[in-house]
Design a protein around this ligand. Structure first.
Ligand SMILES: N[C@@H](CCC(=O)N[C@@H](CS)C(=O)NCC(=O)O)C(=O)O
Length: 221
């Protein structure tokens, strides 16, 4: 089948990783063209890109009818619904509710918190892109993320996956958080044994392990 979707992407980015993992889990890689947007050059803050995604963040999915879908959760929902057989975002009302709650919690308590730490508590994307920084806010968010790691450790002591018995979008969101934490040197505390064991297992999943090499971006935006 020919390419029918574009994803504006930064290959090593933790949020783009969420969509790369979802694509691999759904077997959709071959239907996607990745378009590189250089975050360190601030390409995502230029008017051409803001017209695609008001929030100025990656990833963004572009459909062949010209629709742009930003936000990893929304993109994952779209990809999961494409084949009429959702595996990542839940089938029953209960599954959907729990998965979305846990994924949002993974954003609030871990991934987004680490992201704020990166942008405010470290040089982030550099002075050309980071026009406002509040280091104290950044450090508070790093502490929040560490508390979040303990929260997810507690969850994973009682069940194999973040939202229950099966791998879902909520796992992908926590994986994104731990990828980002690794990039900014905020290691998972050693006492979070269940979280560490789960993450080691997740890193063996082909969708996670091969997320960068399986499909390189082929052009610039
Ligand atoms: N809520 C957004 C966050 C996306 C996000 O922050 N992406 C990063 C890339 S890893 C980004 O574009 N950062 C650039 C910036 O915030 O300046 C989502 O879930 O897609």
């Amino acid at each position: 089948m020919g390419i029918m979707m574009k994803i504006y992407d930064w290959p090593t980015g933790p949020y783009p990783a969420r969509v790369r993992i979802a694509l691999a889990e759904k077997g959709l890689r071959s239907q996607v063209e990745f378009v590189l947007v250089d975050l360190y050059k601030g390409e995502h803050k230029k008017p051409e890109f803001l017209a695609k995604n008001y929030s100025g963040t990656l990833p963004v999915l572009e459909l062949d009818d010209g629709t742009f879908i930003g936000e990893c959760t929304a993109i994952t929902e779209y990809l999961d619904a494409l084949d009429g057989a959702p595996t990542l975002t839940g089938r029953t009302p209960r599954e959907k509710g729990v998965i979305h709650m846990m994924s949002k919690r993974a954003e609030l308590e871990l991934l987004d918190a680490i992201s704020i730490y990166f942008h405010h508590g470290t040089p982030g994307l550099g002075p050309h892109v980071e026009i406002y920084q509040n280091p104290e806010w950044g450090f508070r968010q790093r502490d929040k993320a560490l508390r979040g790691m303990h929260y997810f450790d507690g969850i994973l002591r009682g069940q194999p996956f973040v939202a229950g018995d099966a791998f879902t979008m909520a796992d992908i969101t926590v994986i994104g958080g731990l990828i980002f934490a690794g990039l900014v040197n905020v290691p998972v505390p050693p006492e979070c044994e269940a979280l560490l064991a789960w993450y080691a297992a997740m890193q063996e999943r082909p969708s996670v392990k091969n997320r960068i090499t399986m499909s390189e971006p082929i052009g610039a935006s």
